[in-house]
Design a protein. Structure first.
Lengths: 378, 261
């Protein structure tokens, strides 16, 4: 149905006569652009341009705009441009396009790339102060909510709390058990492989026991929870923010921190120690299994060695860290969730930020606790 | 556009369409023809299947049975490809705008151009601005993100995007809902102008009685899953169907009629 577009240019002295023909439609966009580009040089030479539209079979916005551009280019150069032979049904469209693109806003001047880079770095540095402020603000709001709940214990959202506990605690057990079991088994296998060279097989149990209970159990579980539940919190709160659900809550006189965030964070603070405990046990079991299958150590000996190697202190050192890590994960996840702006992209960005930041904080906290426990001799 | 080899008289033909979800039948043996170049308004009860009908015509909901033809292309039955080919010739304005939230206004309007044609960036920029100005927005708005727009502006940008490829048919799902009467009136006038200048066929789901009076060439009433009455506004007002009578002769409609007709 569509015919090939044409543009014949006939120079008659100073007058350039242009005869477009065929289908000037979007489907032929590439050809049309080339055609109008090709006559540009002739256009600049001629002092009068006559555009005869009688041959145009089909016309749409793109075609009409390209033709309008021709006459505009001639007019801008101070030449005379004349459009004739416009079919009635296209007159409206051409008139419409004659009005547009008249007033282009000044383009934003592009920054020097070096300056732009420096600007980015500066913005990021200034933004980090904002990050700290957002974290502290959330911590403060949370503290206020806790005080409120302590004053009126009935205002605690028990249903929500139990549901969140089920989601971040109970439902996380299988994956946590699997991962920590594997980690325990891998540490034990590596231990046997290397310690065997100097006959220190039996010390593998000390290594597995202390490493798992003091550090790895809680650290691995906290990182898993940050990735699994922290990201979910950010995404949930972020999409609630996008759909104005959080604003709706506040206008009903309810505090979003109390209704949405407090139950989530309490659930996390309760769940992480329990998960750490379960995870540590799974890791010790994994280590024991490897000891039996790979290290030729009977379970009885493994348990006896473990009994000598670890003390309640090692367990305490590990588990004390868990609620603090949970608090850090929860506060980061919720404050990032509330910083989501309107777009889908910003939801993705804040979720990533939330996970990266909470894992970073978990590791920093672990380091601080290591210093602390060393100085009090635990 | 008028010079096509054999221009079909009807832009959209729906024959004996049945659509349902589970055990519920929403569209029950519905037939509807939309003529080329007309503005057809579709009215019906809230939850009565107007949007379902629209989404079925554009191939988003598979029909149980029946036939849909858009510009001579059969939709739905013969797989994705023919639907996609038809998609090049229609533009859709969704109820909430459905702008891509991570793209600026300009990029949103350019998106169909970029995906379907091979044009230079400069030309696409010019076309995008031209479309935005045609729907009544300022060039300054082009670099805003959808989250920064008001409801009326969102609808205008969505219309500009729907019109980006100069489609033959535009589907509008409640274009004036949520706009103030002045903005709604401007929007109606805009659609009318664009229909006249670009020769569009417009299929419009609406509840806005004023738009029906001023803008629509014909109005179709959807009740009990079928079209119970179709024709120009003055014919619909004579209709004997109880639902149509209740719709156009209810208290709210009566208040509007003296000024409008």
């Amino acid at each position: 149905m569509a015919t090939e577009p044409l543009l014949t240019a006939t120079p008659l002295g100073d007058v350039l006569e242009l005869r477009p023909g065929g289908s000037w439609t979007a489907a032929n966009g590439t050809t049309l652009e080339a055609l109008t580009g090709a006559v540009a040089a002739q256009l600049d030479r001629a002092t009068t341009v006559k555009l005869d539209m009688a041959g145009v079979r089909e016309l749409d916005t793109i075609g009409a705009w390209l033709l309008e551009k021709i006459s505009r280019r001639a007019t801008a150069a101070g030449h005379h441009a004349e459009v004739v032979g416009v079919a009635d049904n296209y007159a409206g469209l051409i008139e419409e396009l004659h009005q547009v693109n008249r007033r282009n806003p000044a383009p934003v001047p592009a920054l020097n790339p070096l300056v732009a880079k420096l600007n980015d770095i500066g913005q990021a540095a200034a933004g980090s102060r904002e990050d700290v402020a957002a974290f502290l603000q959330m911590l403060g709001a949370l503290f206020l909510a806790v005080v409120g709940v302590l004053r009126r214990p009935r205002s605690l959202r028990t249903t929500s709390l139990v549901y969140q506990l089920y989601r971040v605690g109970f439902q996380a057990i299988p994956i946590i058990v699997l991962i920590t079991f594997l980690i325990g088994a891998i540490i034990a296998q590596q231990g046997f492989f290397h310690f065997r060279k100097f006959g220190a097989d039996s010390y593998v149990v000390d290594m597995v026991g202390i490493l798992v209970l003091r550090e790895l159990g809680v650290l691995i579980v906290a990182i898993m929870v940050a990735g699994r539940s922290g990201s979910a919190y950010t995404a949930e709160l972020g999409s609630m923010k996008m759909r104005e659900e959080i604003d709706a809550l506040s206008t009903m006189g309810l505090d979003p921190v109390e209704v949405l965030i407090l139950p989530r964070i309490i659930a996390l603070v309760c769940a992480l120690p329990i998960l750490s405990f379960i995870g540590s046990m799974a890791a010790l079991y994994g280590g024991g299994l490897v000891a039996q299958l790979y290290g030729d150590m009977t379970p009885a000996i493994y348990i006896a060695r473990l009994h000598d190697a670890v003390s309640v202190t090692s367990f305490k050192v590990g588990i004390i860290k868990a609620p603090f890590m949970a608090l850090a994960i929860g506060v980061v996840a919720c404050s990032e969730g509330l910083r989501v702006k309107g777009s889908a992209e910003s939801l993705g960005k804040q979720t990533t930020t939330s996970v990266v930041k909470s894992i970073f904080l978990v590791i920093v906290l672990d380091g601080l606790f290591a210093v602390f426990f060393a100085s009090i001799g635990m | 556009m008028t010079e096509q080899a054999s221009p079909p008289r009807f832009a959209i033909r729906v024959k004996d369409l049945v659509v349902g979800f589970g055990r519920q039948i929403v569209i029950d043996h519905l037939s509807l023809d939309v003529r080329r170049g007309e503005i057809l308004g579709l009215v019906g009860a809230s939850g009565g299947g107007k949007t379902v009908l629209l989404r079925t015509i554009i191939g988003l909901i598979p029909p149980r049975s029946g036939e849909i033809e858009v510009m001579g292309t059969v939709i739905g039955r013969s797989q994705e490809r023919s639907t996609q080919r038809a998609a090049g010739r229609w533009g859709i304005l969704f109820q909430q705008g459905a702008l891509f939230s991570s793209l600026t206004v300009r990029q949103n309007v350019q998106f169909p151009l970029r995906e379907n044609l091979h044009l230079s960036q400069a030309l696409m920029d010019e076309i995008a601005i031209a479309k935005l100005e045609m729907v009544g927005l300022a060039p300054e708005d082009a670099d805003k993100f959808p989250a920064e727009l008001s409801g009326g502006m969102t609808k205008r940008v969505a219309l500009a995007r729907a019109l980006a490829l100069d489609p033959a048919i535009v589907f509008l799902d409640e274009p004036t809902s949520g706009l103030d009467p002045i903005a709604a009136g401007e929007f109606d006038a805009l659609i009318k102008t664009l229909q006249q200048t670009l020769g569009l066929t417009v299929f419009m789901v609406t509840h806005d009685l004023a738009s029906m009076y001023t803008e629509c060439d014909r109005v179709a009433a959807l009740a009990d899953g079928r079209i119970v009455s179709i024709g120009p506004m003055h014919e619909l007002l004579q209709s004997e169907h109880p639902w149509v009578r209740a719709y156009f002769h209810g208290k709210r409609s009566q208040m509007l009629q003296p000024q409008a007709s």
